[in-house]
Design a binder for this molecule. Sequence first.
Ligand SMILES: *Cc1c(COP(=O)(O)O)cnc(C)c1O
Length: 361
Amino acid sequence: MTESPPRAWAEIDLAALKQNLHFARERSGQEVMAVIKAGAYGHGLIEVAKALDSEKLPFLGVANAGEARQLFDSGIQTRPYILGATLPAEREEIAARGWTPCLCSFEEMEHFDRLGQNKPVEAHLALDTGMGRGGFLPDQLGSALEKLKSCSGIKLTGIGSHLPVADEDPEFTQSQFELFDSLTETIPKQSEPFHIHLGNSAGFLNYQSRSTNLIRPGLLLYGISPLLEHQSLIQPVMSLKSRVSVVNDLPAGHGVSYGRTLLKRDSKTAVLGLGYGDGYPRALSGKNTQVLINGTLCPLLGRVTMDQIIVDVTDLQDCQAGDEAILFGKDLLVSDLAEKAGTIAWELLTQITPRVKRIYR
Ligand SMILES: *Cc1c(COP(=O)(O)O)cnc(C)c1O
């Protein structure tokens, strides 16, 4: 007896991931911290980390100690960097394992100083230049650096800040780059290397910095550009797929799915084995959503249900149970789907549920 194949799966193209990384490196001329938080944006934390571990990156960006621990437990050599303020209960483990936190407050600084008395904690300083999510304000930078002089338990190895509107507000973002450059240019390099970083995907694609030597792309590594004009330069990494379970002939006026969307014509419909229980958003219902079957775009009919969706295959030459359907991928961008669903690609990708088997190529 052989194991049944999954009804919905995500093919992850690790070669495309690496190509996107190489593009980021070449285009920026800087080192890259690959942001792999939230299970590498739904692509699989460990598999993505393993694929990147040989790339000699200075850091892998994670959200918390739990994600850093998964990397450690899997033998990943690249150093985890914790994006964002740490919880007090996470800090002992972070210090002991040599993961890199970014210091967001004097309280965090004092705690890591105590934890680093035997072996200094290598840490970055977080500046808040507009994100409002933690970090020292520009006028606190002087006192933060002064305080660090008395912290023998901390070795400062970098400084960073974050962009809240890199894909929305060029004027503000440009002023943020200028502010960050002017602040960091005055800082004595306290270690070799000393990493200075500001750009996320949209930030490094569209702005130049005089001071930074590291970028922190996330979405772009997974082959989706926050700015459509750069989409052709990268390769989508994930393709979400499912299979036709049954093809039905239904008369005009017949209802389809919950809420009974009425058919406008005699139709051939195909049922696919995936729904919002797999992370395919219910909000895509009634939004002119399409799926690809045998190379043809087929309209979604009626509401997305938990485990199944129904599509119109009336105009398809040939469609049978077992045929493969592509929900998003290289020819149907997850960012376009996200827009139809009233959300963003970051959210749609991270919401693909564990039921969807990840298959690596
Ligand atoms: C998530 C995150 C990133 C990556 O952002 P993308 O827009 O996905 O490139 C970079 N920096 C920080 C601090 C983040 O939290």
